[in-house]
Design a protein around this ligand. Structure first.
Ligand SMILES: [Mn+2]
Length: 331
């Protein structure tokens, strides 16, 4: 018999992305939120945005696959996130009535309520943008454990504002990907006075009066303005805005320029979008802040290119957000 040590061999093989079971970043799969500090979660949901393509429910599986090759140390923070915090793949939020958005939204809230009660900070891959409403309902505002009963400062990366208060429904859905940024304010989960929507672009349905403030009270940093004032001033505007409130970051992949993210639901042509590296710089500027959770939404694997650039950037941004929270937990 050879002296082949199977356990040592498994440890060695775990750095190869194609070996083993694909969980997010090869983290342990453990569905109990009480046993982790950071919960990596999939919400495979796509009935909250019927406006264009719907394959957004396929993203968690692709990100699990591609992230296997990116279980890395964070050079800039000088940490190995997997060593400084308990980070688990919790699996996917169950959505047995997947085609009925407004019931899914209730199920997502109940699922994230368990994570909130356990004190685990969720980093989620959607799914369309309707998932952010129920996540915020579960973890922010007066019933939020992670937020300490406070409203959160929302940093919302998106080409679109998602605050259609004037639309009673969106193809039958009342809590859709187009509504969530509105009802999370009126239902007191988000403090719009400390929140900012970044990367807005493209032509609206009707011309807007004020490009820098929304009726709800969000500060707006459209992509054109982002590039006019430059990255450093944009970072300052974001950091100033959020102050010392608990922060939630939601990242619609369509905020990125199509060259960084062709595989998204609502691609905005022509108008320049944010670059992935610029978003990483913004994340780094938030180091030390109390970020209670984050999500990445609206990625469509079936529209991605052959190099899987959208999946790669989604995964790399997920790594940055996870590292940011792990670094905060460490200190
Ligand atoms: Mn959106």
């Amino acid at each position: 018999m050879s002296d082949f040590n199977i356990n040592d061999a498994k440890e060695e093989m775990n750095s190869w992305y194609w070996w083993g079971i694909p969980t997010f970043f090869k983290c342990p799969w453990n569905e109990d939120p009480k046993e982790c500090d950071i919960a990596l979660v999939g919400v495979p949901h796509s009935s909250g945005n019927g406006s264009t393509q719907r394959d957004q429910h396929l993203a968690p599986r692709v990100i699990r696959d591609i992230s296997g090759g990116y279980r890395r140390a964070h050079q800039k923070f000088g940490i190995v996130p997997w060593d400084v915090a308990r980070i688990h793949d919790l699996g996917d939020c169950p959505l047995p009535e997947a085609m009925v958005n407004d019931i899914c939204v209730e199920h997502i809230e109940a699922y994230f309520k368990q994570i909130d009660a356990a004190g685990a900070r969720p980093v989620t891959v959607g799914g369309d943008h309707s998932i952010t409403g129920p996540i915020l309902k579960a973890i922010a505002g007066k019933n939020g454990n992670l937020s300490g009963g406070k409203k959160v400062a929302l940093i919302h990366f998106d080409a679109h504002r998602d605050d259609y208060q004037h639309l009673p429904h969106w193809l039958g859905s009342r809590r859709s990907a187009a509504h969530w940024a509105h009802y999370t304010v009126t239902e007191e989960c988000v403090d719009p006075g400390h929140s900012i929507q970044v990367g807005l672009r493209g032509n609206p349905i009707k011309p807007r009066e004020d490009l820098f403030h929304s009726e709800l009270g969000y500060k707006l940093l459209p992509a054109d303005e982002f590039y006019r004032i430059g990255l450093q001033q944009s970072i300052e505007a974001i950091v100033d805005r959020v102050g010392d409130l608990p922060i939630y970051i939601t990242f619609d992949l369509d905020s990125l320029d199509p060259c960084d993210a062709p595989g998204v639901s609502n691609l905005e042509p022509m108008h320049r979008g944010l670059r992935a590296w610029e978003c990483m710089e913004i994340f780094h500027a938030l180091r030390g802040k109390n970020i209670i959770g984050a999500d990445l939404v609206c990625m469509i694997p079936t529209k991605d290119n052959e190099a899987q650039v959208t999946a790669m950037n989604t995964m790399a941004l997920m790594f940055e957000l996870t590292s940011l929270i792990a670094d905060h937990i460490k200190h």
